[in-house]
Structure formats: C-alpha cells, structure tokens
Design a protein around this ligand. Structure first.
Ligand SMILES: [Zn+2]
Length: 449
C-alpha cells in the first residue's frame, strides 16, 4: 500500500468529507467496517432491527405500501426478520413505473437523488433515493472493494462506462481533479477500437495501477487484444469486475493475461454494491447490514436452488424497494467462507432472466452455456447469441479465421443436441459486436417471452 493511499484514507478523505462537506461518509465507513468482526447472529440481529424500522416507516409514510398491505390484510408489525418478508408481495419494475409518486415517502427528508437504469435490459427505470442512503452506499461499496484488495487512494484504473463518484453536475476539470486526488484513472468502456485498446495497454503500463476495476466485456476485449498481439501488460495486485456477471471462462482468461486474481462483485444502479467476493473467491459475500437478498422460485417462495433474486434496500427511506425483482438469477450458499467474515454468500449470480435460451425440446439453457461451448473454437473471436423466435437463434460472430461449412455444421449439430433438432441457427458475420446502450456486452439475448 502506498504512502499516498494511507494519507488519502487517513487524512485527505476524512478532511474533505467530514470537515469541508460535513457529510456522514466516514462515520458510515466506521459503522460498516466494525461489522466485519461480528458473529453471523449479531449481524442478522442488526439486519432484523433495520428491517423492522423500514417496514414501520413504509406502513406509516409510504402510500403505496400502506394501502397495498392494508388491502391484503397484512400486519407488518408482526414481521420480525428477513424470512418473514415472504409474507409481502414482490415489487416489479412495472409496479414502480405505474406507482412512482405513491412509492415516495411523505416524510420530509431533503432533496432526493434521482437515477435511471436498465436501458440494456430493454426495461428502463427511474427511481429515487435519499442523501443518507447515498453515503451509506459509498461506505458499503468501499468495504466490499476492500475484500478484493481495492482501496481508496491506491492507484486504480477504471475501465468503466460512466463518470466516477460524481452525483452529476461535475464539470470536466472538477472530474479530472477528483480523479487525480483519488489516484484513479478512467478508461472509457464505450470505445474499444484496436487503436484505443493499444492506448489502454500503454496507459496501464505507465500508470502501474495497484488494481483495476472493470466491466467484464470490455476487460475481456482488452485481454483478448493482448493475447492476439502477444502483449504482456503490467500486472496489478488485483482486478475487480462489476456491472455484469463474470463467467469462469472470462475469469480464467483475464487472470492468465494480467497474472493476478480477479474478484467478482454484484451490484446495480438501484442499490450499488449488493455482494462481493473476498480473497477466497468462494462466492459473493452479501452486505446483509445494507440489503436483504432473497432467492425465490416461480411461486415467489424461498428456494435453496437457483432462482430469481429479490432485493430489499434497508436504507432507502425516500423510495423504499421491498422485495424488488431485479431481473437476475442466482443461488444462495449455506457455506461459511474460510475468511471468517460473517456475511452469508451467494454462490453465483448469472445472466439476466431474459438471457435464458429456450430449446425446442423444452430445455432451458442458461447464458453460461454459449461461452463454455464456444471457448474451444479458436475461429470465434467474439460472439453474441440472440433467440429471435421459439425455434430460431441468430449467432453474430466476429471470426478470427473465416469458417468453412463443416465448422458451422459442427456448431449446428451441437446446438441441436442441446436445444432440440427443430432449432434453426443463422450465422451473421460481423467486424465487431455492438455493445448495448450502457456499454455492456450481452452474450445471450432473448427476444421471446
Ligand atoms: Zn470470504
């Protein structure tokens, strides 16, 4: 760790946040940091206390929940812990869109922060949260980043899609100044031309970051570029990925090229960091003192298996999300991590719900299928699979060597074996796979309901 990093964390950051801006950020850093040493049961007790207080707030001051729960004859005073949440209905994006004003609290909390998300899933959403919730999110984020050895003030490269850390309104000069102070450099995840990738490698070599924080797809592009061109980029101490699921195929490739561990995180615009991997790489530790994560089956009942993820934000009192269906699939783990931290784990989070491919044989194939399948074909540089119909897949491919018919037949045959004989496969050759509106690459997309 650098002297600058220590000075930044111990002096400059607290001075700026607490003294100059009078923000509670460092207080929350301490609060969330302390919980690392708790026992699981004590941490769960904190979660239950926060949950009871949130439910009380919702039934008193949020019209949507007040009337919904009343109409269903639910007494939230009787709900005591995360397991009891099952008594309440799931909140869907469509519920938020059609009840936006009723979901806002009637309490006066000061000006809310407004955000939008979801362009890449085809379901855009605008929502609000309060100021205190924002500072808590920052603290929870840095705690989780620390598990992957990424620390405030240490030299860090971000291969990311948007401006960092600002709440908007930051002009370019201010942004540059802040990046200098925070000891970070931003490389845009939107521009991934060959010339830009070459420039990114030389920027990494010159900046010599302690860590890299990146979207998965652009980082995979960068790693493949290094491999193609025989480049050996500077090796940081750790790499942390976010904003999209990390497949084991991706992780292996990135670790090979950058010669350091890669840690997965799970977060979203709606909540910031939900869960993060520690140095053990055994799964994602859930920030249960910040959110409740449930995994449910098709009847909205809790399941130990793979299921839809629901999130309850314990601190967004401005526009509370209770059992919000985020659109991801995952599985909870009942294992205790070797690191000894008290946070329970998600064993994995995989593609968006829409990314699941349906076979003509009734088979449901997760988004992980195609990366695993195509990793053995050297001819495929990049691909995207789109299910356009019940019985049709369009596979967009950037070929590294032009394929002959026999190769295409092998792929068609394999797909027929897994997804059924009636599945039509159409190949589309491209020079580059376009990224989604948010700069993320979607490996599989489904256009059917
Ligand atoms: Zn751990």
């Amino acid at each position: 760790m650098s002297l600058y990093g220590k000075t930044f964390r111990g002096l400059l950051f607290p001075l700026y946040e607490s003294v100059l801006r009078r923000r509670p950020t460092t207080k929350f850093f301490d609060e969330y940091g302390r919980s690392e040493a708790l026992l699981r049961a004590d941490l769960e007790a904190i979660q239950s206390r926060k949950l009871r207080s949130l439910l009380k707030h919702c039934s008193e001051s949020v019209p949507y929940y007040r009337s919904l729960w009343k109409s269903l004859d639910i007494d939230v005073q009787a709900l005591n812990s995360a397991e009891d949440l099952a008594a309440l209905p799931v909140l869907r994006k469509s519920d938020i869109r059609s009840n936006f004003d009723q979901l806002r609290t009637e309490s006066r909390l000061g000006p809310p922060i407004t955000k939008s998300t979801g362009g890449s899933t085809g379901e855009p959403l605008t929502f609000e949260h309060d100021q205190e919730s924002y500072f808590r999110r920052i603290a929870v984020m840095w705690r989780g980043y620390g598990w992957g050895n990424v620390r405030l003030g240490e030299p860090t490269i971000y291969l990311w899609g948007t401006a960092l850390g600002s709440q908007g309104s930051a002009n370019a000069l201010k942004e540059r100044l802040f990046n200098r102070l925070y000891n970070r450099r931003l490389l845009s995840a939107f521009d991934l031309s060959e010339a830009t990738l070459r420039d990114y490698v030389s920027q990494i070599d010159r900046f010599r970051p302690e860590s890299i924080v990146a979207y998965v797809a652009p980082l995979v592009e960068l790693a493949k570029f290094c491999q193609r061109n025989g480049l050996k980029p500077f090796s940081p101490k750790s790499i942390l990925t976010g904003a999209e699921p990390l497949t084991e195929v991706d992780r292996t490739l990135i670790e090979l090229v950058f010669r350091c561990p890669v840690y997965n995180t799970y977060g979203s615009r709606e909540f910031m960091l939900i869960a993060a991997e520690c140095e053990q790489q055994q799964g994602l530790h859930i920030n249960i003192d910040q959110v409740v994560v449930e995994v449910v089956d098709e009847k909205d009942n809790a399941t130990d298996g793979r299921g839809r993820i629901l999130i309850t934000d314990l601190h967004n009192t401005q526009m509370p999300f209770i059992r919000y269906e985020i659109g991801d699939v995952g599985q909870l783990s009942d294992e205790y991590c070797k690191c000894g931290r008290p946070y329970p784990m998600l064993s994995f989070v995989e593609g968006r719900l829409l990314d699941v491919i349906l076979g003509t044989n009734g088979q449901v194939v997760s988004g992980e299928f195609f990366p695993h399948f195509f990793k053995d074909f050297a001819e495929i540089r990049n691909f995207q699979v789109i299910q356009t119909d019940r019985d049709k897949l369009v596979i967009k491919v950037v070929w590294s060597a032009s394929p002959d018919e026999s190769l295409l037949d092998v792929i068609r045959q394999e797909i027929a074996n897994s997804l059924g004989q009636g599945m039509e496969v159409e190949f589309e050759s491209l020079d580059a796979i376009p990224l989604g509106p948010s700069g993320k690459h979607r490996v599989t997309m489904s256009r059917i309901q």
